[in-house]
Ligand binder design. Structure first.
Ligand code: APR
Length: 233
């Protein structure tokens, strides 16, 4: 049952961008079937071979730049625009398809492909489409620049803000994530503990499926527009 003033907190994963042509990580033939996490998604891997890591993210940045949001992203933007209560989108994704669909204030807990970060001074700026190890920081001129994405072993961004949203949620919705990476996999428990109703959208049951009050399986480009139409009436 849906209340007009409900605060809806949404977590998205790679599955919502799958139908836009961006690969997921753990599905058949996913990114982690073709690359070793320790080589391309850890600080140690970057220290060992920054060229390999920049090439991995340059390829994903180029793909994301060409990708278009699908009906799933658009449904969430429509929900936020028309639902009277607050709608918060937290994403594990580093693409900008939520923004391209019109969502605003998206919380990128794993950073973004469009961001560059200087490991020396902490300065952040808009990344070039192609980043290279010799790029220098526009602020301190150092050459310890990296993609502004959160690697395994690093702290996700905006966790305090996220925890506040989860504590205030009336409805927590997880979309397109296998729920195998923490802390995001625990969000359903935090929201439920604070009294939220919980709903999972995925292609198949995630690792946390049993924690949800309700689950709807199928491609997000089909399930989300149907759900948003129900909500908005
Ligand atoms: N519609 C809905 N769900 C889909 C679709 C689709 N069209 N296609 C795939 N899925 C689901 C799959 O069933 C799977 O459970 O999306 C999920 C994707 O899971 P993962 O590939 O593990 O991606 P994600 O959960 O986002 O990974 C979390 O892990 O590697 C790190 O930092 C990386 O942010 C990423 C995090």
């Amino acid at each position: 049952m849906h209340v007009m003033s409900d605060k809806i907190v949404i977590l998205t994963g790679a599955g919502i961008s799958a139908e836009s042509g961006l690969g997921t990580f753990r599905d058949e033939g996913g990114l982690w079937a073709r690359h070793r996490i320790e080589d391309v998604a850890t600080p140690e891997g970057f220290a060992r071979d920054p060229i390999l890591v920049h090439e991995f993210y340059n390829a994903r940045r180029a793909q994301a730049a060409k990708a278009q949001p699908n009906a799933g992203h658009q449904a969430l933007a429509q929900l936020a625009a028309q639902h009277p209560g607050e709608v918060v989108v937290i994403t594990q994704n580093v693409d900008d398809l939520h923004e391209k669909a019109g969502s605003q204030g998206v919380i990128h807990m794993h950073g973004t492909l469009s961001g560059a970060l200087c490991s020396a001074c902490g300065h952040r700026w808009q990344a070039e489409l192609v980043m290279q190890p010799q790029d220098s920081c526009p602020h301190c001129a150092g050459t310890t620049t990296r993609p502004d994405v959160v690697w395994f072993g690093e702290i996700p961004y905006a966790m305090q803000t996220i925890e506040t949203h989860l504590a205030e949620a009336d409805l927590f919705v997880s979309i397109g994530t296998s729920a195998q990476v923490y802390p995001a996999a625990n969000f359903v428990q935090a929201a439920a503990a604070a009294g939220a109703r919980t709903l999972e959208f995925n292609l198949e049951p995630s690792a946390m499926a049993t924690r949800f009050d309700d689950c709807r399986y199928g491609p997000a480009s089909k399930t989300l527009p149907r759900w948003v139409a129900e909500i908005l009436g």
